[in-house]
Every structure is written in structure tokens, then in C-alpha cells.
Design a protein around this ligand. Structure first.
Ligand code: URA
Length: 198
């Protein structure tokens, strides 16, 4: 991926960042979005959960994880005695919904992720979270870098770092809906994240 201009994102305040995301044209996903999805939570949140990108429901409502995967994420938070919007910030790697030519949700490309990454980087710099949970491979690899072929399975069960912030990688809730047998493993990951937070 070639270098993409930062557009001053690295110096933005939280309100400036919100405004910039809402009107962003850094990649072509702006042409098909209804709403850019900045994330939910406040600037003082100590927990950061990072997903992949908005789907149909998120694009419509402008909030992350509001569909079936979001329901599961809310339950995962609840199990950790956390709640959406309370000491947690939920964000995505890309702020606009990636769709394929049939209008179906798809994963973001490397170019789309790279174009959007300065926003996530700035969100992290402003939030200064105590612990980050990477939900799925796209979030994990965006935060941790490394070989694009690396699986979540290979990244689990070890504490990673983004700068000096501990990062735990776990399965994406949408994956867990398809493969509920892996929920037990994901719970272990969340416990590891809670240990890193403590
Ligand atoms: N999946 C994601 O990764 N993010 C959302 O916001 C919704 C579904």
C-alpha cells in the first residue's frame, strides 16, 4: 500500500476528528455510505473494542455493532461487567461500510483499511485506552501488523501491544454466531483482557 496523506488527522481534537470522519472522502467507500460510523462511547473510556467495519445496519444507523453481531458483543461486554457507552469505546477499522457489487457487506480491502487507519490511530491517541480488544482478524492485523495470512487462532492467548497499550485478539462476534463452539475460547480471551486491564 502506497503512502496516503494524513490530512492533519494526527493533530485533531476529538470533535474535529468526529467532523472529519462524518465528511471523509479519503477512499471510495464515501460514495456508497449512508453514514460514516465514528464509534460509540466517550473520550474517557478506558476499554477499546475494535471491529472490522460497518455493515448494512450500522451504515443506516451510524452506530457500530447494532445488528446481530452487535447483540452478541453487548452480551460479551455484559459478561465482563461492561456496558456499551460506559467506560467502553467501540470502533471499527473502517468507518464506512464496504459493499461488493451486489450491495452485500464485505471485508475492507488493505487500501480502504490504510486510508482509514489514521482515524483509528488518532482515536487511540486521544482515548489512551488501558486495554484494547481486537475483534477478528482485520482489527488484529491492523493494530498489530504482520503477515496478512496470520489467523486469529494464531494471535489468541498472548498479550500483544499497540505502542504500550495491551492488545488482546479474539474472534469476531459475527464469526462466533456462525461458530458458537468457539465462544468458550473467546471468553478466555476476554478474561485475559480483563487481567491486562486490572
Ligand atoms: N461488524 C463489525 O466489525 N463492525 C460493526 O460495527 C458491525 C459488524
Amino acid at each position: 500500500v502506497t503512502h496516503i496523506a494524513d490530512d492533519g488527522i494526527a493533530d485533531m481534537t476529538w470533535p474535529e476528528l468526529k467532523t472529519a470522519v462524518a465528511s471523509c472522502t479519503r477512499c471510495h467507500l464515501c460514495q456508497t455510505r449512508t453514514n460514516a460510523v465514528f464509534g460509540v462511547g466517550d473520550e474517557k473510556a478506558r476499554w477499546l473494542f475494535v471491529g472490522e467495519g460497518p455493515g448494512r445496519n450500522e451504515d443506516k444507523q451510524g452506530e457500530p455493532f447494532v445488528g446481530p453481531a452487535g447483540k452478541l458483543l453487548d452480551n460479551m461486554l455484559l459478561a465482563m461487567a461492561l456496558k456499551r457507552g460506559e467506560n467502553t469505546f467501540i470502533a471499527n477499522v473502517v468507518k464506512c461500510r464496504p459493499i461488493d457489487s451486489d450491495g452485500k457487506d464485505r471485508a475492507p480491502t488493505a487500501e480502504e483499511s490504510a486510508a482509514c487507519k489514521p482515524y483509528l490511530e488518532r482515536q487511540i491517541a486521544l482515548l489512551k485506552p488501558v486495554t484494547i480488544v481486537a475483534l477478528g482478524k482485520v482489527a488484529a492485523l491492523t493494530l498489530l501488523g504482520g503477515d496478512p495470512k496470520t489467523s486469529v487462532a494464531a494471535l489468541r492467548e498472548q498479550l500483544h501491544h499497540y505502542g504500550n497499550v495491551p492488545v488482546v485478539a479474539t474472534y469476531h462476534p459475527a464469526y462466533l454466531l456462525r461458530k458458537p463452539v468457539d465462544k468458550a475460547k473467546s471468553w478466555r480471551d476476554l478474561c485475559m483482557a480483563a487481567d491486562a486491564y486490572a
